[in-house]
Design a protein around this ligand. Structure first.
Ligand SMILES: Nc1ncnc2c1ncn2[C@@H]1O[C@H](COP(=O)(O)OP(=O)(O)OP(=O)(O)O)[C@@H](O)[C@H]1O
Ligand SMILES: [Mg+2]
Length: 323
């Protein structure tokens, strides 16, 4: 036994199983999240991400060979687990009929803070999440980003050491998403452990120390973003033509390239490095090939996701156009 024990891990699960009727949602998964790190659980709709969050945050029961959160056994001591964690659900816990401040004070009450302490903590968090100005307005008037920030602020009232964020940025615009990423990074700098679920591979790439891809009730792959990207075939350069004749002559000249006769594109395997790109461009010049568009595709987590979750219908192309 040289690896970390379940007690030095913020979250430790072995053989976690959950079924609804005869439908198995989690089919014996293992999770190990060291304290102070960000763990991202990825998976398509219905994969069981929310189910995992609900189990680990004591909201629903499950079978497991071992289940520890914050060093406490989930089955034996759910109260201690609850005291150590904060949960921001997939769907907002914000009450729209009352103000942001009142939502915060309600949370403070739930955490048994004194009136004055509750006010102090609420004011501090509202300030930190840039909600002071809106604090006295009904939360129903908040934008999606503001509601999400209020959601997280409410989660932090009890000063949890472990936070579960179920799709924290779904539906947010790019600016709000970046704000949320900043918030999450700050939490981690403060020593908090973050367990997040997301549909956005880019988000996991940005934030997570380790990523697990959930598919069909099992962890299809687990590792750092780098490790996951290494699992799938490398990148390529894609040449696109508009003129079928130009495409055909290029395809003849570049016999090593993979053809897509319908899309009039050719794909040349490449790691996307400057050296390889130069070689490819030289080769095109020599062959007298001028493509209408040249794009460089390096594998990203989306590719990993599609490869692992078997979704081949998606046409995903976040490529950088060179010319
Ligand atoms: N209370 C329930 N009763 C029966 N089935 C349920 C229940 N809750 C969830 N499920 C099923 O469990 C599966 C996993 O659901 P879950 O909400 O965990 O998925 P998810 O990964 O969070 O999906 P999404 O990305 O859409 O949020 C789904 O097939 C869902 O229909
Ligand atoms: Mg969900």
């Amino acid at each position: 036994m040289t690896t970390t024990t379940s007690h030095s891990l913020a979250i430790a699960a072995k053989g976690l199983r959950k079924a609804y009727g005869d439908k198995t949602v989690l089919d014996g998964i293992d999770l190990a999240v060291p304290a102070g790190t960000v763990f991202a659980l990825l998976g398509p709709n219905g994969a069981g991400k929310t189910t995992a969050v609900k189990i680990l945050s004591t909201l629903i029961g499950a079978d497991a060979d071992d289940l520890h959160v914050g060093g406490h056994d989930l089955a034996a001591d759910p109260q201690a687990v609850r005291a150590a964690i904060g949960v921001t659900g997939q769907f907002s816990a914000v009450d729209g009929l009352i103000t942001g401040e009142e939502n915060m004070l309600l949370m403070a009450g739930l955490h048994h803070l004194s009136r004055s302490e509750g006010r102090r903590v609420a004011a501090e968090l509202l300030e930190r999440f840039d909600l002071t100005e809106a604090a006295k307005k009904p939360a129903s008037t908040y934008s999606g980003g503001m509601k999400r920030r209020l959601d997280i602020a409410m989660t932090l009232v009890g000063d949890p050491r472990i936070i579960f964020l179920d799709e924290p940025t779904t539906g947010l615009d790019p600016r709000s998403r970046h704000t949320m990423w900043g918030i999450i990074r700050e939490l981690v700098t403060g020593g908090v452990t973050v367990f997040l679920t997301t549909q956005y591979l880019e988000e996991a790439d940005e934030l997570a120390d380790r990523i697990a891809v959930l598919n069909d009730g099992r962890i299809a792959a687990e590792g750092t973003a780098k490790e996951l990207k290494r699992l799938i075939p490398g990148g390529h350069v894609r040449l696109r033509f508009t003129d079928p004749a130009a495409y055909r002559s290029a395809a003849t000249a570049l016999r090593e390239a993979a053809r897509d006769d319908d899309a009039l594109t050719l794909q040349i395997p490449s790691d996307g490095s400057q050296r390889e790109l130069r070689a490819i461009l030289d080769w095109l010049d020599t062959a007298g090939v001028t493509a209408d568009e040249l794009t460089v595709h390096t594998p990203d987590l989306d590719d990993v996701f599609f490869a692992l979750t078997g979704d081949t219908t998606a046409t995903h192309q976040p490529e950088e156009t060179v010319r």
